[in-house]
Design a protein around this ligand. Structure first.
Ligand SMILES: [Zn+2]
Length: 225
């Protein structure tokens, strides 16, 4: 079984790349958020346990998250391997994953880090603007209005939600990035980390990831732009 772990900050394009790699490599894209929602929706035993925490706004403990991932690893369509997206998020989760894979005679073959500088992440994540009258959505980077601050459709004023402001985005990243760096460190130590420049166009990032996956082994690899 081939196990690839996707690593990247919010806004780095990790989920997009995971979906593309899944198709190109013929391995299921296992996004932990989807797993969660699905378990809760289907009201599985683990879903019910997870829900007890989610209902009171608490974090679902690693023991439950890891069991969900393990169940997914044992599904028939994962026999050839998986692309994990959104898990592991912390060093303890990465260690738990190693144990779970070890019990199945497997290991993480490559941890694929889509790296984007923090200021670029802030730029990407804080670019959302909404229109006051129709709720039309714009993005400074990917879908800018013809005239800044004005809706193309109805001419009404555009505004930013607090969540989408640069200072809010920056504060959120400061919480999210340190655990991610721990995970990167974990896989660097194991010699399976592949760092790819996420600032390139989507197709170039995909090509770099596919090249890295096609040439396994060799510690401390880094795919340059
Ligand atoms: Zn509008």
């Amino acid at each position: 079984m081939k196990v690839f772990v996707m690593i990247g900050a919010p806004g780095a394009g990790k989920g997009t790349q995971a979906a593309i790699l899944s198709e190109r490599l013929g391995l299921p894209h296992v996004a932990s958020g989807d797993l969660f929602r699905e378990a809760v929706r289907l009201d599985t035993r683990l879903g019910r346990e997870a829900r007890r925490y989610m209902d009171r706004g608490a974090l679902v403990p690693d023991s439950i998250v890891v069991r969900m991932i393990e169940e997914r690893l044992d599904a028939p369509d994962a026999a050839a391997g998986v692309i994990l997206d959104g898990f592991p998020r912390t060093r303890p989760q990465a260690e738990a994953l190693d144990l779970a894979l070890g019990r199945r005679g497997a290991r993480v073959d490559a941890a694929l880090y889509v790296g984007v500088p923090e200021e670029e992440l802030v730029r990407r994540l804080s670019g959302r603007w909404l229109c006051r009258s129709g709720g039309h959505v714009y993005n400074e980077v990917s879908n800018p209005p013809a005239v800044p601050g004005v809706c193309d459709v109805d001419g009404s004023e555009l505004y930013q939600r607090d969540d989408d402001r640069p200072e809010t985005v920056r504060a959120r990243l400061e919480q999210q990035l340190p655990p991610m760096y721990d995970v990167i460190d974990h896989y660097t130590t194991q010699g399976v980390l592949v760092a790819v420049d996420g600032g390139q166009p989507i197709e170039a990032v995909t090509d770099a990831l596919l090249r890295a996956v096609a040439h396994p082994a060799g510690p401390g690899r880094s795919e340059a732009a």
